[in-house]
Every structure is written in structure tokens, then in C-alpha cells.
Design a binder for this molecule. Structure first.
Ligand SMILES: Cc1ncc(COP(=O)(O)O)c(C=O)c1O
Length: 383
């Protein structure tokens, strides 16, 4: 039996309405390319305020098809600019298209791509092709500054909004400021589809048309394969779940944001802990609530919380530019802010249904740890 005092890291929502939608989709015996997907795409596009949404099999597929449909990877030595602080899947699609990732450092407060470092690296690049701002943890990167650089150098902009469904900043909704935006419905994300899934959004008719073709073997309605696509389709069952989840996601985002405010209020007074920043003009959807703790304390800090049934995570263990599989495919680099961050970050439990009691339990455990009061043997106060 699970400990009633434990605090799980996340929580996945299923209700009868979702189960009924799955049952209906199954009974329809129409499993792909059907009305649920069409409706999900229409509704998702409307929520984002864009012309087109294209449902695909994962966030990774949405990133890959965004780049490919926008023309990235067509010529030799193309460089695609990605932040060091992100999940691996931001970079792998560019590599699959034959482009080379160039790693950009992040802003020390929002942990998103630093536009000044981007500009410097693009200015020194031989064949800059695209930039991929990542709205990491649910906070938008500075898309105004990044698209300004992109305009100056004629770069494609693909936003990785996989962690930022309906986050906002400076009047932009995540995924809508560039040529295309990519969302993930992986089960832990702010909304899911009951499995893997993704969505590409764009205002560009040509990008949407190409992405639709590429997700379905490069095939057009007349049965002719006019491009070299593979199968990246989103099933009817998944689309049906997505439609139901879409009805809740804004409320869930409010729940996440409210939980974050409570965390920050309490943890703001713990000097060893750096709480997340929410820029003026931004609505942070807190896919993750990530704090920094002293690097030398991190393992013990996490172990202390784990002993009390409080789950924590690392997002991620390794910064993007240090994964061994990228060696030889991208120039080695040091990213001062990202590298430092990766020794210090810890993700605390976060989901829309986390209770005030649970948040207070986590905060008390954090305070107790730094007060040297967490029941561990040792020399008391860690300050
Ligand atoms: C920032 C980021 N990019 C890309 C992805 C890839 O999405 P998926 O797992 O749906 O392929 C994820 C999620 O896992 C992510 O968090």
C-alpha cells in the first residue's frame, strides 16, 4: 500500500468522460484519418489562435515535420540553433534531417534560450538555417528577441512548445510566433492523449500542407506519393482523448500556476533555494517546478525528501550538448549558465491536483533539510 503521506511527482487525469470517448472511438472502428482527428486539430488550432494544427504521433514527430516542412535540411552543412537546456528530442530531428545542431546558452533566470548568445553564434556561423526556442518547464523563451535575430539572418523558427501548452508571453501563445510550433502529449505533459502523441501548429499554408503529406507517407489525396514521408499519424482513439483533455487544460494550467505561487511564497524565504522566475507579461504553465539548490547538497537533499515519500526529478540529468550520442555530430562546447544550472536543478512535485497540504509538506521538508532538522544524523543546521 502506498504511504498516505507520500507526495507523488505527477498525476495523470482520467475520468468517465475520457473513458467514454475512448469506447466511442473504438466502437466507431474508424481508427485513423477520421473525424476525431479532424475535430481535435480544428479545436487545438482555435485554442492557439492559428490557422492550422496537424496531429502527429509524438512531439518529436511534430518537431521533425515542422523543420522538414519549413525546408530545413535541404542543403549541406545547415546549422540549427538549440538551447543547451532541453530534452534530447529538440536536437535529434535536426540531425535526422542532416543539419548540425549549434548549442546556445540560456538566460540564468528563465532557463530559456539567451537571445544575445544566439545572436553571437548566428553571426559567426557559416550556414545558419533555423532556430528552435524551447519553452522549457512551461515558460516562454523571449520569442520577440529570438524572432528579431531570425529575421535578420533569414532563419526558420520552430518553437519547441512540448512543455508549454497555452503558456503566454508578451502577447504570444506558445508555438505561434514562428514558422511552426510543436507540442507533445507524452503522458506527463500538461495535457495528454492517453499515449504518445503530438501536434504541429502553423499559420503557414505551405508548412501545414507539407506536414500533412509527410505524416502520411508523403501521400496526397489522389494516392500519389509526392514526398518521402513516413507514418507519423495520430490515431482516432488518441485524438478523442486529446479533445476531452483540451477542455480542461487551461484550468489545469491555472492549477499548476497557483501551486507554483504557493511553493514560491514559502521557498522564497529559504536562502539556499532559488525559485523559478516568471517574467512580467508571461503566464508560466509550470509543466515542471524546478528549483536550484547548492550543487554539493543536491544528492543528499533529494535523498532526504525521498525518505519522506516526496518524489523529485532531474530535468535533465545531462545538458543537451553533453550527450555522448551527439559527439562527432555537433561542435563541442561549454555553456556557462547551462552547465552550472545542471549541477543545481531539482524538480519538485507538480501537477494541477496537488493539494495545499502536499505543497506545504514538501516545503516543510525543504526547510527542515536546510535547518538540519530532517531527522538525519549530522551536525544540525546546514547553513
Ligand atoms: C522539450 C521537449 N521537446 C521534445 C519532446 C519530445 O516529445 P515526445 O516525447 O512526445 O516525442 C519533449 C517531451 O518528451 C520535451 O519535453
Amino acid at each position: 500500500m502506498s504511504d498516505p503521506d507520500s507526495v507523488p511527482f505527477t498525476d495523470i487525469y482520467v475520468d468517465d468522460a475520457i473513458v467514454d470517448r475512448v469506447a466511442d472511438a473504438l466502437r466507431s472502428t474508424r481508427y485513423v484519418k477520421g473525424p476525431e482527428l479532424e475535430a481535435f486539430e480544428r479545436e487545438f488550432a482555435e485554442e492557439c489562435g492559428v490557422e492550422h494544427a496537424v496531429g502527429v504521433s509524438s512531439g518529436t514527430a511534430a518537431l521533425l515535420l515542422s523543420l522538414e516542412a519549413a525546408g530545413v535540411g535541404g542543403s549541406e552543412d545547415e546549422q540549427v540553433f538549440v538551447p543547451g537546456n532541453t530534452f534530447f528530442a529538440t536536437a535529434s530531428p535536426a540531425l535526422k534531417l542532416g543539419a548540425t545542431p549549434v548549442f546556445v546558452d540560456v538566460d540564468p533566470e528563465t532557463y530559456t534560450m539567451d537571445p544575445a548568445d544566439l545572436e553571437e553564434k548566428v553571426a559567426g556561423a557559416k550556414n545558419p538555417s533555423a532556430v528552435m526556442p524551447v519553452h522549457i518547464y512551461g515558460h516562454l523563451a523571449d520569442v520577440d528577441a529570438i524572432t528579431a535575430v531570425a529575421d535578420d539572418y533569414d532563419l526558420v523558427v520552430v518553437e519547441d512548445a512540448c512543455q508549454a501548452h497555452f503558456a503566454e508571453r508578451d502577447g504570444h501563445v506558445a508555438g505561434t510566433a514562428g514558422d511552426a510550433g510543436a507540442f507533445s502529449f507524452y503522458p506527463s505533459k500538461n495535457m495528454t492523449v492517453g499515449g504518445d502523441g503530438g501536434m504541429l501548429v502553423t499559420d503557414r499554408d505551405d508548412v501545414a500542407e507539407s506536414a500533412r503529406r509527410l505524416r502520411n507517407h508523403g501521400r496526397d489525396g489522389d494516392g500519389v506519393h509526392r514526398a518521402l514521408g513516413l507514418n507519423y499519424r495520430l490515431s482516432e482513439v488518441h485524438a478523442a482523448v486529446g479533445r476531452e483533455q483540451l477542455r480542461h487544460v487551461r484550468r489545469w494550467n491555472e492549477g499548476r500556476n497557483g501551486a507554483a505561487q504557493r511553493y514560491t511564497e514559502r521557498l522564497g524565504s529559504v536562502p539556499e533555494v532559488v525559485t523559478p522566475t516568471e517574467r512580467d507579461g508571461a503566464f508560466h504553465v509550470y509543466h515542471l517546478y524546478v528549483v536550484q539548490v547548492p550543487a554539493s547538497e543536491r544528492d543528499e537533499f533529494r535523498a532526504s525528501l525521498a525518505r519522506q515519500g516526496i518524489e523529485t526529478g532531474l530535468h535533465y540529468e545531462t545538458p543537451l550538448h553533453r550527450h555522448p550520442s551527439l559527439a562527432g555530430h555537433a561542435e563541442e562546447t561549454t555553456l556557462e549558465v547551462t552547465d552550472r544550472l545542471y549541477e543545481r536543478i531539482v524538480s519538485l512535485p507538480m501537477h494541477p491536483r496537488i493539494t495545499e497540504v502536499e505543497i506545504d509538506r514538501v516545503c516543510s521538508a525543504v526547510e527542515a533539510y536546510f535547518d538540519g532538522d530532517d531527522g538525519r544524523e549530522g551536525d544540525g543546521d546546514r547553513r
